[in-house]
Design a protein. Structure first.
Lengths: 384, 309
């Protein structure tokens, strides 16, 4: 166990017997509660399907076929999963640090814009360089937008949830203005940019499934965030801050910096998601880069119990729901909106379960931060 | 701007501000009681659909508004069960509840209106001109030719102000938001208070949604609240959780929203996308300017428990 006892309850609980330690251990309870919540949510979805006169069996059959039946379906699942894994892992990092970055949606749009600018207008070098530069700019754009929100919180005081929510609308409208106006490809029907330059397009890695490199990048990035969170001093500081601002300050952690890092990492991941969507999935800058992926990623992060590695699995599951939802609606006549309801119910079951057990691990403790975050002594020393 | 255009703009500003003011009242109550009011967005959206359904089936806008209130309270009830009764994290459950409203209204829209809402069938909230007063130049047509909900919004602000700051119940509510243990020791149940505040907020959000659907839009479209719940919340914070100031802030943001239409009418050469940003930018700038003076209720966001921590 490399986790310090002060953060993880496992060490403390081990004294009370193996069963209790298992019950309280992050890994086991995560799995049990998340799976249970998802199944309960699917059951609620089944009831709704039945109410609207659909056949529940046929509907879920269509869901599974559409999400897992054959290479094309699996490819669709993984393609939908890619941005969810990225934003989900970033959100997990942010929430663990007590930074409620709800601005994933806007950060995705700006990340897409960053990648598109390089992918369309900067014909540079061989393909890996071009892609690398485009994705780097997408990360920078997403991170910068999130950092702006973080700075407003840290230096001016208003809660980052409201700030990031409002900033979403500004970012989305800005990108949509560009796609509708200056960047619109002439003569095309729906507003969208020209196709990316060939060297900027992410290569296919599985032709039958029409699957591109993005999923690999997503998995690697999520693993990197996991490493950062659990195996570096920076991550320790983040988790400490997530346990409570006062405690973190007492432990000598630079609260402001740690908060901003959390915003930057989660914003960068969302930006990367937008970049991959643009270079891989759409290969154009779309008018509607994301239809709520940023919010769905919150569900992903929660189902993964704020564990970036588990976000890979949770993201794949939500990608499966998205991929299967289309045939489910077409074949089984399931009304639209149902998948969103299933997501919402899953989140509610998960947080209600966590609240019931009063798991301090999960109580997102930065809720105690409510004013400007005063600089800690270490902050001041660094500044001096 | 000619006088007619000015009157037009001011009247339209009051119209768009009405839902924001109504929602802001609920937000004030709720956040003073120590619960984040992020779910206002979902309450408004549910209120929109509830109002349209009620109005179309009964043919009466009043019944529609009532149904909107019920829909908003339903969302509030879900939030209350999750975050107060079961002690779930408020921010996350509010976001989940918003998602539930988004998906739930899309689902219910298909169930209740299989062929879509026919905007022509939706009864509209009529404007009421107050005799004599509406003949005053400029102020008359702006202030006294509005609909009942707009007058009602003014009344609700006053009512919220009175209830929150000048009644026993309001005192208990604020105590729960500041120091729930003290309130609990004195026999004021934090859970009951917060559940009550949530339901009241749900009613306000529901009315706001109903007004948005039946007065401003005249129909229901998916996600039609479009972040107005969050703008109302920004108004609450900008108004420093005081109903009167929050109402004024909501009025300000409402006028910013009304600029959208005016810019187009006046032919000012600015992209509509930038004009649409104005209310959000204004809310953001307001929050930044307010700065560190923002003082949330001391116990906001914490699920109350009698156990010692």
């Amino acid at each position: 166990m490399s986790r310090p006892a002060v953060v993880d309850g496992v060490e403390r609980d081990r004294r009370h017997g193996v069963l209790r330690a298992l019950w309280h251990s992050d890994a086991v309870s995560s799995l049990v509660w998340s799976v249970l919540a998802v199944f309960l949510a699917l059951a609620v979805g089944g009831v709704l399907i039945a109410i609207s006169g659909g056949e529940v069996g046929a509907a879920y059959d269509a869901l599974i076929q559409g999400g897992l039946g054959g290479p094309a379906a699996i490819g669709a699942t993984l393609t939908f999963a890619t941005p969810l894994i990225l934003v989900g892992a970033g959100t997990a990092f942010a929430f663990r640090s007590g930074a409620f970055n709800i601005g994933g949606e806007g950060q995705i749009f700006l990340g897409a814009l960053g990648a598109a600018v390089v992918g369309l207008y900067v014909p540079i070098g061989p393909s890996p360089v071009h892609i690398g530069l485009a994705l780097a700019l997408s990360v920078a754009a997403g991170a910068a937008w999130a950092l702006l929100a973080g700075a407003i919180r840290v230096f001016r005081g208003p809660h980052e949830v409201v700030v990031t929510l409002l900033m979403n609308f500004v970012a989305i409208l800005f990108v949509q203005y560009l796609v509708q106006g200056p960047m619109d490809a002439p003569g095309s029907g729906p507003p969208e940019s020209e196709q990316m330059l060939p060297s900027a397009i992410l290569p296919r890695i599985w032709d039958d499934a029409n699957l591109r490199l993005g999923i690999v990048i997503a998995v690697l990035a999520a693993a990197a965030v996991y490493y950062l969170l659990w195996h570096t001093p920076r991550g320790f500081a983040s988790r400490c801050l997530g346990q409570g601002e006062e405690r973190a300050r007492y432990a000598g952690i630079r609260v402001r910096t740690t908060f901003l890092v959390a915003m930057g990492v989660s914003g960068g991941m969302a930006g990367l998601a937008g970049g991959i969507e643009t270079l891989g999935t759409y290969r154009r800058l779309e008018f509607q880069v994301s239809d709520g992926l940023g919010f769905e990623a919150i569900a992903v992060a929660l189902v993964a119990r704020l564990n970036p590695l588990a976000a890979i699995v949770a993201g794949a599951f939500f990608g499966f729901l998205r991929a299967g939802a289309i045939p489910m609606q077409l074949v089984a006549g399931v009304p639209s909106g149902l998948v969103v309801v299933i997501q919402a119910v899953a989140i509610l079951f998960i947080v209600a379960g966590a609240g019931l057990r009063e798991r301090t691990q999960f109580t997102l403790a930065a809720r105690t931060m409510r004013k400007r975050i005063p600089a800690t002594e270490t902050d001041d020393r660094r500044a001096a | 701007m000619s006088q007619a255009a000015l009157i037009d703009f001011l009247a339209a500003g009051l119209l768009t501000a009405t839902p924001l003011v109504l929602a802001a009242c609920g937000g004030c109550l709720l956040e003073r009681a120590g619960v984040y009011a992020l779910a206002l967005e979902g309450m408004m959206l549910a209120g929109c659909l509830g109002a349209v359904y009620g109005a179309v089936t009964t043919g009466s806008a009043t019944a529609g508004v009532l149904c909107g209130v019920i829909a908003g309270m339903l969302i509030a009830a879900v939030m209350a069960i999750a975050s107060i009764t079961l002690g779930a994290d408020q921010i996350v459950s509010a976001l989940a509840v918003n998602l539930l409203a988004l998906g739930g209204t899309a689902y219910a829209l298909g169930e209740l209106f299989p062929g879509g809402v026919n905007a022509g069938e939706v009864p509209h909230i009529d404007t009421v001109s107050i005799p004599l007063l509406s003949n005053i130049p400029l102020a008359g047509p702006v202030l006294f030719e509005q609909s009942l909900p707009t007058y009602g919004a003014v009344g609700l602000v006053a009512l919220t102000w009175y209830v929150l700051l000048h009644t026993r119940w309001g005192l208990g509510l604020r105590a729960v938001g500041q120091y729930p243990r003290a309130a609990d020791t004195l026999g004021v149940s934090p859970w009951r208070m917060q559940q009550g505040a949530l339901l009241a907020c749900g009613a306000c959000g529901g009315v706001a949604g109903a007004v948005l659907a039946l007065q401003t839009a005249g129909t229901f479209t998916e996600n039609m609240s479009g972040g107005r719940g969050f703008i109302a919340l920004a108004a609450v914070i900008f108004g420093r959780w005081h109903p009167l100031y929050a109402g004024l802030a909501a009025l300000l943001f409402g006028f910013a929203d009304a600029l959208q239409l005016r810019f187009q009418v006046l032919g000012i050469p600015v992209s509509s996308y930038f004009v649409q940003m104005i209310p959000y930018l204004m809310a953001l700038v307001a929050l930044v300017l307010l700065g560190g003076r923002a003082q949330y209720a001391a116990a906001i966001g914490q699920a109350y428990t009698r156990r010692n921590k």
